[in-house]
Design a protein around this ligand. Structure first.
Ligand code: NAP
Length: 461
């Protein structure tokens, strides 16, 4: 391996994580003409798209169609998708760094935040990350655990009032006919169709003006075929702080207006209910061998916007509690992490407070789990601008190195390249067609890799 500058060669950039942030970073690199680049877009799964595949709720068909746009980047001649490779397991980060000129970390925030209250670990209490992974067909989902709970859930409590909480509440309350057009795995559709969900209660620990869900997602709840949305008018009682927030933030005003519409609803026989409760902080999960309810304390919101307990409590019955209180980033072996994000300056990774040459970060693992998919575009561009500035300044240069994918294959690894992903894609479309659906997600790593092998055998045969 040579370690000298070789300007005839493109700059070899490895992007770790092929979700939206990684794809937008690849797009920003491949779409510029100043610095010749060869981009490897790496994912630990055999499939690209990250949370667009395994996070956006499957009933959000338009948002999931974003895959078509992202696919243009995968098809770019300067970009190579390399799936089924886990950095830190299949290949050390240090080794990857020796083989490429720069690494951009975009592996997101896959973990869940904790509530930190008694009973959180009781059977029947799940993080939203587990439920979302299950209904999206993530290969690592704990299918047996989630299905056992969903199959007996009459009363569900969802803790948190962000968009993920609304996704979970909505998916659980949807009718089979509404879910049929999605690409959910068949066993998920079957489990949800048989689930006895009667009541879903969504708990916000602060007031409606502090909820983090967006108005579009809130309004969507009002259009469910077989569920009615309920809000206690007392939760919407006017107070000066709420009025001030609504006056200065249109988003808050719209949310309050949508909630006011729901406050006129009453429960309907034969329909499930989705009740949005505010000023309701969970203080403990009740039950001995499994969850039976959530003890909730009424709160007020102080001048700094914090929830303050009033001491007044009640119990919401629950067979299933879904904790939807945000995601948390994890450390990649050999990479610094402070409170769930990689320390950085304009996307340059900081080690011991100083920029580490050739290391960059974008997406949730850079800024935390906030924003919509499109937020990652601007975020990735900032990071790529820093990378290109380092090339322009002469500190980052192409070096002559051998292809790390060859090295991995020589060791018995099975990287999944673009043609392999296309085989998976075709197999999912064929599986869907067999049930009159446009696609059915393959949810097991083995079946994903079997689709790759079957396509290779067809070509060879
Ligand atoms: P989020 O928007 O940060 O919401 C987290 C919720 O959990 C907040 O209501 C928060 O309340 C609450 N919470 C936190 N700690 C709590 C505790 N100890 N007890 C009770 N409640 C607690 O996170 P998210 O819903 O996971 O979403 C992550 C990001 O993905 C967001 O940017 C979201 O908009 C985005 N997303 C977008 C869509 C979409 O566009 N359709 C769909 C899904 C996700 P406080 O405010 O009081 O802390």
């Amino acid at each position: 391996m040579r370690d000298v500058a070789d300007t005839a060669r493109p700059l070899r950039v490895a992007i770790v994580g092929a979700g939206p942030a990684g794809i937008y970073a690849a797009d920003a690199l491949a779409g510029q003409d100043v610095v010749p680049v060869a981009v490897d877009l790496i994912d630990r799964l055999p499939t690209p798209f990250g949370l667009v595949r395994h996070g956006i709720a499957p009933d959000h068909l338009k948002m999931r169609a974003l895959r078509e746009t992202l696919h243009h980047t995968l098809d770019h001649e300067r970009v190579r998708f390399v799936g089924n490779v886990e950095i830190g397991i299949d290949l050390d980060l240090a080794e990857l760094r020796r083989h490429v000129d720069a690494v951009v970390y975009t592996y997101g925030a896959a973990g869940d935040r904790r509530l930190g209250i008694p009973g959180e670990e009781l059977p029947g209490s799940l993080p939203a990350t587990d439920v979302v992974a299950w209904y999206c067909g993530h290969p690592d989902a704990d299918r047996a655990r989630v299905e056992e709970l969903v199959a007996r859930a009459h009363d569900v409590v969802v803790v948190g009032v962000g968009n993920v909480a609304l996704d979970v509440a909505r998916v659980l309350a949807r009718s089979p006919a509404e879910l049929h057009p999605t690409d959910m795995p068949q066993h998920v559709l079957d489990t949800l169709a048989a689930a006895p969900v009667d009541r879903v209660t969504v708990l916000g620990r602060r007031g409606p003006a502090q909820a983090s869900f967006t108005t579009q997602e809130l309004r969507e709840l009002g259009h469910l075929a077989e569920a009615v949305v309920l809000v206690d008018p007392a939760d919407l009682a006017p107070d000066p702080a709420t009025d001030a927030l609504a006056a200065e933030d249109r988003h808050v005003a719209r949310n309050l207006a949508a909630l006011a519409d729901y406050a006129g609803h009453v429960a309907e026989p034969g329909k499930a209910s989705v009740r949005l409760r505010f000023h309701a902080r969970p203080v403990r999960l009740l039950g001995t061998d499994r969850v039976t309810g959530v003890e909730v304390e009424r709160t007020t919101v102080d001048a700094d916007g914090r929830a303050v307990g009033t001491g007044e409590t009640d119990v919401v019955p629950a067979d299933l509690v879904v904790r939807s209180v945000g995601y948390r980033g994890h450390a990649l072996p050999g990479l610094p992490l402070v409170e769930g994000t990689v320390p950085h300056e304009a996307g340059r990774v900081l080690r011991d407070g100083a920029p580490s040459l050739g290391e960059y970060v974008a997406g949730w693992i850079k800024r935390g789990p906030t924003g919509v998919v499109g937020t990652n575009k601007h975020d990735a561009r900032e990071t790529v601008a820093s990378l290109l500035a380092d090339v322009a300044a002469g500190v980052l240069q192409p070096r002559g190195v051998e292809d790390w994918v060859d090295t991995l294959r020589a060791r018995g690894g099975h990287p999944v390249l673009l043609a392999d992903w296309r085989a998976i894609d075709a197999a999912e479309i064929a599986l869907g067609a067999s049930r009159g659906r446009s696609r059915t997600t393959l949810h097991e790593r083995d079946s994903l890799l079997a689709a790759v092998r079957a396509a290779a055998e067809t070509v060879e045969g």
